[in-house]
Design a protein around this ligand. Structure first.
Ligand SMILES: C[S@@+](CC[C@H](N)C(=O)[O-])C[C@H]1O[C@@H](n2cnc3c(N)ncnc32)[C@H](O)[C@@H]1O
Length: 215
């Protein structure tokens, strides 16, 4: 068991999804070769599903890495949305920008270099989908800014919220991960214990939390 999903369930779900081809397959292979973390296959499918249901026109992503999920979100809308994605690692920013250019997505995806917290502080435009996938120890710090930037009908999808199962069970917590676990629990409490928003936590991939405004 990966901590969140039984291996046989994960394998079965992934087998139903099938493989990407073209651009996404190329980036998946590159990321795997270089051990760069990108969204898991079933989480990628979940994002594609959200985009098909919600049809967001403006997407904010925290944590670009090489641009895989930003490109996936752009392609799954047939380039009908605009993705702004934030990354602090210079080398990742360079590779992500090269990927965006290589696949002619420059009109649809902006890669912003910087720390999410600092960039979020200065942002004022609204987004109808926000994907949080950067700095697991800081989701609770990102959240107030994300809620402020979220469109009335918007959705926040946060990845890794169960963090290998540690967030759900003290028995699994590794000592050096205690801060991440405590802060991730704080994030989940903030989005769950809230009169204005409601959240569903899904034990998929490394755990996903989906948050929307209550009707
Ligand atoms: C899991 S990876 C993102 C993967 C990407 N969303 C994908 O699926 O293709 C997380 C990225 O967030 C970046 N990161 C971590 N903390 C950050 C912060 N505070 N501000 C900006 N980027 C951050 C890391 O450098 C890393 O590249």
């Amino acid at each position: 068991m990966s901590g969140v999903e039984h291996e046989y369930i994960k394998d079965y779900i992934v087998s139903l999804i099938g493989d990407h081809d073209g651009i996404l397959k190329e980036i998946e292979e590159y990321a795997s070769e270089k051990s760069i973390p990108i969204v898991q296959r079933e989480t990628a499918r979940f994002l594609e599903l959200m985009i098909n249901i919600k049809k967001p026109s403006r997407i904010l992503e925290l944590g670009t890495a090489v641009g895989y999920s930003a490109i996936l979100m752009s392609l799954s809308s047939h380039r009908k949305n605009h993705v702004i994605t934030i990354e602090r690692d210079k080398n990742m920013v360079k590779i992500a920008r090269e990927n965006v250019k290589k696949y002619n997505l420059g009109k649809y995806i902006d890669v912003i270099e910087g720390d999410c917290l600092e960039i979020l502080r200065d942002m004022s435009e609204s987004f109808d989908l926000i994907f949080i996938d950067a700095g697991k120890a800081h989701y609770n710090h990102f959240l107030p800014y994300c809620l402020k930037l979220l469109d009335k009908e918007g959705i926040i999808v946060a990845d890794n919220v169960l963090f290998r199962g540690m967030v759900a069970s003290d028995e699994l917590v590794k000592r050096r991960k205690i801060t991440i676990v405590k802060r991730m629990r704080k994030y989940l409490n903030m989005v769950s214990d809230n009169d204005e928003f409601m959240t569903s936590v899904i034990p998929m991939g490394d755990g996903i939390a989906v948050t929307v405004r209550r009707n």
